[in-house]
Ligand binder design. Structure first.
Ligand SMILES: Nc1ncnc2c1ncn2[C@@H]1O[C@H](COP(=O)(O)OP(=O)(O)OP(=O)(O)O)[C@@H](O)[C@H]1O
Ligand SMILES: [Mg+2]
Length: 235
């Protein structure tokens, strides 16, 4: 469904991504691990069209998308939940969801909001509450639901559990598991390697702009290197 091959991309004159190649197949949850500054967010930005690769190709469902604008990439079927909570704090939950569906017909919007509320009853209960008054985990749920309003074929999630208390981290990973069960294809960037490897089928590890390891999530969970670097020792 999505394939990056030999992608170099970055900021001004310095490339951050150095020959990145990765594949996401339809229906998969793939996670991208790596330490701070490795280039994970830069990878997401390159897929979503915020950054243009200097070299390499990004192919989505058979079509080259590198060089397309971010709205064109959303229309092609890729929605992104960026780093940090990206909801509109003054707007209600329902209004936030409508912002994600602005490009859709009215009848469709209503049906999509209903299905978001079905998936996340917490959002239904709080539909008239200002987004900024939701808990961190609920805001992340709202940000994800808003991205889903565009009916994406592929969802890019950049550190959805960042900065959340453990119980809310659990809530976010339950959300990812629910989406996976609903056959949403996901690229998940996470610092929380343990939970990310539980919820995904395959994983890539990035260091200094290069993919240094890839495999099934089960393989990576059992790898000594991964345990030492990302899973807090050899338990
Ligand atoms: N707008 C920018 N201008 C210049 N350099 C940037 C910019 N954004 C990121 N970088 C640099 O690119 C490198 C990769 O950053 P990136 O945000 O992709 O890392 P990351 O893997 O997402 O890290 P983290 O886990 O901390 O979010 C870093 O060295 C960073 O300083
Ligand atoms: Mg990042």
């Amino acid at each position: 469904m999505l394939r990056l091959s030999g992608v170099n991309a970055g900021y001004l004159r310095s490339d951050v991504l150095l020959g990145v190649s990765l594949t996401i197949n339809e229906g998969e949850v793939v996670c991208l691990l790596g330490s701070n500054g490795a280039g994970k967010t830069t990878t997401i930005r390159t897929i979503s069209g915020e950054l243009k690769p200097g070299q390499g190709r990004v192919v989505f469902n058979g079509q080259e998308i590198q060089g397309k604008s971010p709205p064109a990439i959303v229309r092609a079927g890729i929605a992104t939940v960026p780093e940090g909570r990206s909801i509109f704090p003054q707007l209600t939950v329902k209004e936030n969801l409508l912002m994600g569906a602005y490009s859709r017909r009215r009848a469709f919007r209503k049906a999509e909001i209903e299905s978001a509320f079905e998936m996340f009853p917490r959002l239904a209960e709080r539909q008239n509450q200002a987004g900024g008054t939701l808990s961190g985990g609920e805001q992340q749920m709202l940000a994800i639901s808003r991205a889903l309003m565009a009916k994406p074929k592929l969802l890019l999630l950049d550190e959805p559990s960042m900065g959340l208390a453990p119980i809310l981290v659990d809530m976010v990973f339950e959300t990812v598991a629910k989406l996976a069960a609903a056959q949403v294809t996901i690229l998940l960037v996470e610092q929380n390697a343990h939970a990310a490897l539980e919820v995904s089928q395959r994983a890539y590890v990035m260091e200094r702009g290069r993919i240094v390891m890839e495999g099934t999530s089960a393989e990576l969970r059992n790898s000594e290197g991964i345990r030492a670097a990302y899973l807090g020792g050899t338990h």
